[in-house]
Write a protein that binds this ligand. Sequence first.
Ligand code: HEM
Length: 415
Amino acid sequence: MILTKRKTLNLPPSPPKLPLIGNIHQLGKLPHRSLRDLSKKYGSLLLLLLGYNPTLLVSSADKVREIVKNHDIVFSDRSRTTAANIFFYKCKDMACAPYGEYWRQVKKMSIVQLFSHQSVQSFHHKSEEEDGRSKFGELGKRLLILFNSLCVGDMFPYMKAISAELDAFLDQVIQERKAIESHEEGTIKNDFLSIIMHLQKNGTFEMDLAQENIKAYWLFNTDMFVAGIDSSTTTKVWMMAELFKHPNAMKKIQEEVRNVVGNKLKVDAEDVSKIKYLKCVLKETFKTTSGCVKLGGYDIPSNTTVLIYAFAIQRDPKWWENPEEFIPEGFENSSIDFKGQDFQLNPFGFGRRRCPGIAFGVASIEFVMANLLYWFNWKLPAGETAENMDMAELYGLTVTKKTPLPVLPVSHFSL
Ligand code: HEM
């Protein structure tokens, strides 16, 4: 008889759990806020059970540094969810692909072709194309909702066996995916697929791409246009809302934008790079609006999802003075940046799986915001005041503003 000795794991602290749902009842409607009390009570490493999913919440910048420095490869994997399997042909897109050779190749191809300095520069000339792609954005948003719902389904594997509705739901998911593919075929296939074929022919992409991988790679556009557009748009909305709430910051940024641009009536990329306060406002906005960054699967116990609790880290008094206030000036004489070296500011994640779209995201936000602030003065509709402006949040992949931003542009220049 072989006796196996079971290793007892020294697990991080956990709040009390309920049968079947674990800690889900403690998340509330805004998990990024409710988890804060738990992390204050239990410490910077907190093990939650979400349904059947063990989830490690990391809420200290020092712990994040330690994890990224010592365990980056382990954390670079992704958990294989039902949603990713269905939508991305068994996780063949970049964001959901398990860490390994395939992910490395897809990432290499994207960096060469899509995230190069040249591509980011050409972003300014391509902004009109975004209109044509906004339809895809709408479809992409619906897809995201379905995607998230499937992730919730993964927390309760026992329900899969008993839920007849799940089959109907999965049918709906597959139909939505087909709708996206046919839309894609018409709009993106030509330029995107030709890039892939070209790279495969000239040997840049070293793997032989099966038809399914290529299809999944079209859906990589979902990563691009949902991950990219959704997060950038959300940041712009919060930035504008915060500027309304802080009229001195609004006045200061508009003066700086108009000083830098002068009377050229055109804001170009060089101008944007000179508007220093814009970068401070952007960093402060990132600081106040990120929720949780998902790191991937880790094995304490196996298949633990690790969440970096950006919301708490970016409000940690150890790193930030007046952490609950919106004070962009805090960045004026500070070298803290979001490029992945400063663990207390982490809107784009860390390590190998860090967001590859930083340059695109930042360029698009800064360019659009500089233009909006240069061309227009902004006011609220009659009856609304900055004090009573609704800043309620909606939790999701990104923390969005629950109600639309009720602001009105007034042209600054008499044409
Ligand atoms: C304000 C803008 C943006 C924010 C805050 C943001 C944030 C993030 C975060 C937190 C991650 C996860 C990192 C991790 O798992 O450690 C991520 C991944 C990713 N982002 Fe972004 N992102 C932004 C813009 C963009 C843009 C513009 C694109 C594409 C054009 C993009 C494409 C991606 C992709 C493909 C991944 C998955 C990378 C991988 O798994 O290897 N993002 N992003």
